[in-house]
Design a protein around this ligand. Structure first.
Ligand code: BT5
Length: 258
């Protein structure tokens, strides 16, 4: 793996456990004791895989569950945008390697045929507005049958590469390509800012223009997703024609089809 991996910083050190609680948690522990930028931790299964807002991420064997330690010299608001960098990297790689019809869904999902194949969780450790480190966790449903491996309430909105392709993929190759794409896009993000990343991300964002439902902690809104703004906010036109900007972190999006 290390001999063929064409990266300068991401994945130069990769740690593997058969079972982890959560690779994000593990990466945060390592980052807190000064693990270098680019350190990757990888697990075959996670027993407490996490989504946003403490939600559970089901992580059976056969998936690709990993987290990367990042040390961007950016303020906290900019760093939240790494979820778009990661979503774009995953979408590009799944299309290029397997020819899948991939979509990005605001803010942190990648879908194939309208179902979630990948979830992304970015977390940061900050002192005031200074980011000490960030951890970028990526979970890809790869080599398992969602009908067997995921509970019923999750299964209906989920898919896996095995479900879509009818065969298993090489996890080593997938990880290698993801780290290479991620590094290249992350470096572009650091150099050129968010705008070129968002532009590329939007090419996969077929939900723009559709009716969507957005669920927050207490309220539920429905309307037309007009755009994703230059700060990463979802621009939503409500039924009464008012326009709202919703920020990453505390809402979930459901896309109305048809
Ligand atoms: C996410 O949260 O989609 C972020 C998931 C991040 C997982 C990676 S795996 C490596 C790293 N280590 C971790 O502990 N986490 C990261 P969110 O948007 O909140 O979506 C969570 C929701 O997705 C759950 O409430 C379920 O409804 C659904 N879900 C759970 N497991 C799933 C799976 N394997 N496939 C598809 N959907 C799933």
């Amino acid at each position: 793996m290390h001999e063929i991996l064409q990266t300068k910083r991401l994945g130069r050190k990769i740690l593997f456990r058969r079972v982890a609680s959560s690779t994000n948690r593990w990466a945060k522990e390592l980052a807190a004791v000064r693990a270098n930028e680019g350190t990757v931790v990888l697990a075959e299964t996670q027993i407490s895989g996490r989504g946003r807002l403490g939600r559970e991420w089901i992580s059976p064997a056969g998936g690709l569950w990993f987290s990367v330690v990042l040390r961007p010299e950016l303020d906290a608001e900019e760093v939240t945008k790494v979820v778009f960098v990661a979503g774009l990297a995953v979408a590009k790689v799944l299309r290029e390697l397997y020819g899948l019809h991939v979509e990005t869904k605001w803010p942190n999902d990648v879908l194939v045929n309208g179902r979630k194949v990948c979830g992304i969780l970015a977390e940061m450790n900050t002192t005031d507005r200074t980011v000490n480190f960030a951890v970028l966790g990526i979970g890809i449903n790869a080599n398992f049958d969602t009908g067997k491996a995921l509970p019923e309430e999750v299964r209906t909105a989920a898919t896996s590469l095995e479900d879509e392709l009818g065969e298993n993929v090489l996890l080593g190759e997938l990880l290698e390509k993801l780290l290479e794409e991620l590094e290249s896009l992350y470096e572009q993000f650091l150099r050129e800012g968010f705008s070129p990343i968002l532009k590329m991300w939007k090419r996969y964002a077929t939900f723009i223009g559709s009716t969507v439902e957005v669920a927050g902690k207490s309220e539920k809104l429905s309307g037309v997703a007009l755009d994703v703004a230059s700060d990463g906010a979802l621009v939503l036109k409500l039924e009464d024609e008012t326009v709202k900007h919703l920020f990453i972190g505390d809402v979930s999006l459901r896309i109305g089809r048809g």
